[in-house]
Design a protein around this ligand. Structure first.
Ligand SMILES: [Zn+2]
Length: 112
């Protein structure tokens, strides 16, 4: 039986599982109040795959701007979803900053 393919961005299934486990540990140590869904009042949650959020720029896409990695937590019953910041919570290391675009040398070539 073959391993599931590794997602080049999100990592291997084992890496995803390790992140989800760290998120669960964070939740278990920080979620002090009742774990009741504010919408349907059940108490069953699932940690989804981490997602990225970018600041709103009025419709454009800001390349190289800040990026927030969030941990979505979804109610198993009504699907209400809330999230917390994975990096600020220490669940994930900060992603590498986007590298500025560099171009190859523009030096003119000597004519033959
Ligand atoms: Zn709910």
């Amino acid at each position: 039986m073959s391993e599931p393919p590794t997602d080049p961005i999100a990592g291997s299934p084992a890496e995803k599982a390790a992140r989800a486990e760290r998120a669960l540990q964070w939740l278990n140590t920080h979620w002090a109040g009742p774990r009741q869904c504010p919408i349907c009042a059940t108490q069953a949650w699932t940690i989804l795959d981490f997602v990225e959020m970018r600041p709103f720029t009025g419709g454009g896409l800001l390349i190289g701007g800040p990026l927030y990695v969030m941990v979505p937590v979804m109610c198993n019953n009504c699907k209400y979803t809330w999230q917390f910041n994975a990096v600020a919570a220490g669940v994930l290391e900060a992603p590498a900053q986007a590298q500025p675009q560099t171009s190859d040398s523009d030096e003119p070539k000597s004519p033959e």
